[in-house]
Design a protein around this ligand. Sequence first.
Ligand SMILES: Nc1nc2c(c(=O)[nH]1)N[C@H]1C(S)=C(S)[C@@H](COP(=O)(O)OP(=O)(O)OC[C@H]3O[C@@H](n4cnc5c(=O)[nH]c(N)nc54)[C@H](O)[C@@H]3O)O[C@H]1N2
Ligand SMILES: Nc1nc2c(c(=O)[nH]1)N[C@H]1C(S)=C(S)[C@@H](COP(=O)(O)OP(=O)(O)OC[C@H]3O[C@@H](n4cnc5c(=O)[nH]c(N)nc54)[C@H](O)[C@@H]3O)O[C@H]1N2
Ligand SMILES: [Mo]
Length: 763
Amino acid sequence: MAAKPPAGDPVQDAPEVGAPQHAAAGLPAIAHTVRMAQQQMGVTRSVLTLLRVNQKDGFDCPGCAWPEPDKPHTAEFCENGAKAVAEEATLRRVTPAFFAAHPVSELATRSGYWLGQQGRLTHPMYLEEGSDTYRPIGWDRAFDIIAEELRALDSPDEAVFYTSGRTSNEAAFLYQLFAREFGTNNLPDCSNMCHESSGSALTETLGVGKGSVLLDDLYRADLIIVAGQNPGTNHPRMLSALEKAKGNGARIITVNPLPEAGMERFKNPQTPRGLAGGGTPLTDLFLQIRIGGDQALFRALGKRVLEAAEEDPGAVDEAFVREHTHGFEEYAAAARAADWDETLRATGLTRDEIEAAARMVLASRRTIVCWAMGLTQHKHAVPTIREVVNFLLLRGNVGRPGAGVCPVRGHSNVQGDRTMGIFERPDPAFLDALEREFGFAPPREHGLDVVRAIRALRDGRAKVFFAMGGNFVAASPDTEVTEAAMRRARLTVHVSTKLNRSHVVTGARALILPTLGRTERDIRGGRAQSVTVEDSMGMVHASRGRLAPAGPELLSEPAIVCRLARRVLPGSRTPWEEFADDYAAVRDRIARVIPGFEDFNARVAVPGGFALPHAPRDERRFPTATGKANFTAAEVEYPRVPEGRLLLQTLRSHDQYNTTVYGLDDRYRGIKGGRRVVLVHPDDAAALGFADGAYADLVGEWTDGTERRAPGFRVVHYPTARGCAAAYYPETNVLVPLDATADTSNTPASKSLVVRLEPVTPA
Ligand SMILES: Nc1nc2c(c(=O)[nH]1)N[C@H]1C(S)=C(S)[C@@H](COP(=O)(O)OP(=O)(O)OC[C@H]3O[C@@H](n4cnc5c(=O)[nH]c(N)nc54)[C@H](O)[C@@H]3O)O[C@H]1N2
Ligand SMILES: Nc1nc2c(c(=O)[nH]1)N[C@H]1C(S)=C(S)[C@@H](COP(=O)(O)OP(=O)(O)OC[C@H]3O[C@@H](n4cnc5c(=O)[nH]c(N)nc54)[C@H](O)[C@@H]3O)O[C@H]1N2
Ligand SMILES: [Mo]
């Protein structure tokens, strides 16, 4: 077996491995922040910029969707928020001269890390059919090309309009309006790959596809269960909230196949104890679950609650169940029948561990469950999240203080984009409201989500792909299939801040449209404009950039949509010119179309913004088909893995933001200088014959007999759950079959892939 990466390894990757850490943040986090920020922005700009993050008169952090506390610290400090800011506020530039020197065929051989490190895009660029080099192009000409290709389509449904979750409410509202006036609901978004399973499960069971807790509820909870989430890396500010909750007496159960440092101990860099002392231990009980075992776990906890109610009727909140829920009997029968042997097989836990968790559940009057991608990206993700709801409903833990469901969103405005109508299956009431307000007949047929859009491109049923942000080619599953699908398009267009893989795997013609980031001043109609965003808890607030734009050619996202709309829809009665220059006018329309936004401009002017209404949280009203909160009684599912195979999850390192790689380290997991690593339990690795430091290809085995290969990974002996493995995304997206998706939500099942390791022999 090779001791070094095999020759021809596509990425310059030489991981060094040390011991995983047991605490997050502290002084090293500050040191890393300062270094990364200065490399990208220089000293003065770093200080000025970082002081503005998440302040009431500043910009919303382009990092995650975790809410701001009422009184943010002067520097509401977060290492990974700072990296996201530095990535955007960098002083490096990708100019027309850069493109002249680097043909597309060359850029296509570069790693995503290298592409992103080149800096901010400064000019609209055009790749002519048959050409290998992007050339600068004027905005008007760029819009002409898009209009030309859109008009040449046989049907508006041959166009796809993708959105990534950084887009502001105003831009998102205009964008979906444009797509629908053009005539299609083909509005896939990153949510389709992210929390769609949460939205599907919560809409069906509670009537609202969003979380039901506010920050204050976390501070009041007795018990917080964090399942399938790594907040130390992906939502670092959540650790401060958990620390505060613990200070108020909450207990925490962590459910994860990996022991994540951030959930073990938090060294709050804002407190002396966090900087110098040992920090705060967060997790009281760690359940090291097998990948995909969560539905079985929550079913077993429900079973224990029902059994406890036989002695203590108070164990089940009977009044709540009677008054507010539907389907209890059927669920209770299924839960009582849950089989312990199967539960232990599915979860990989011991009976004692589950009993310990059940005691904590029964001792808690107010319980919250938080989750992220560890629950949403499985074949049975939707029934898993429905099971979380069952578990909470039993003890009346929805719609009262200190209790509820808390799906923790990813992108900073992914929740707001959906509220604004970025959805391929829009609610008819929303379309009715658009029709009334703008006087056109919106299309009613459902559009394409991410996976269906890829199939449509692959099969030639979609011909124009337009992306409002994101990196579709790298973020999507089945990289080879997706790239081939993209290359079949007539035209691909990306509104972007940074160079990425999606700019170099293109349709016959391609455009890059450079746009402003969150941190930048947006002057339109002679005035500094602000935009709004909605965080993971349904709080809406304003965001205003302060930095000089990365270049004079950049246009804001709202302005791009408005100019495009006017060019494509010359007869449209929508006042696109007015909207482009006055975002408050857009907000006035949002206020008239979307419930909860009444008086939008006035309410968002208040520092801190406002909370959107949430019927289950505010009034225990459940706008579901039954008018009640629905228990569901699905069969318990869990992944079955053949002998000699592992179940692979694809996850994030500490130095990346989705497809944007900031650096090659994963500090908390003890990995340095490389990303092609696969974490395997030492006993599994030994049984398979892989020493720590050996190299292997990851070979995915899909149910239809096809295989997919990701070459050259260093095997790292790591304390993950038995039978499980972990490796970083997007390098492993090549292993995710396009058809491997969650039932109902159609989210790629990128957290449960059956793989075998094949030894790599030195070249
Ligand atoms: N710095 C930074 N911040 C980010 C992002 C980023 O890339 N970088 N991405 C943003 C986005 S879009 C999102 S969606 C979020 C993602 O936030 P997370 O969901 O925290 O992201 P992942 O790295 O995918 O981590 C998944 C976690 O679930 C665990 N897990 C995997 N499978 C299972 C399972 O079957 N059961 C259980 N119980 N646990 C499991 C993994 O071990 C891991 O701890 O973060 C957002 N914030
Ligand atoms: N295997 C695997 N695949 C996954 C996941 C996984 O866990 N495993 N996670 C999935 C998840 S949760 C998500 S959310 C998706 C992410 O999918 P995407 O949202 O499509 O991907 P990002 O990497 O976040 O997009 C980065 C690009 O966005 C652009 N950008 C950044 N800021 C702005 C801005 O303000 N405006 C505009 N217009 N552009 C901007 C930059 O050009 C940058 O290169 O990936 C999914 N894919
Ligand atoms: Mo996400």
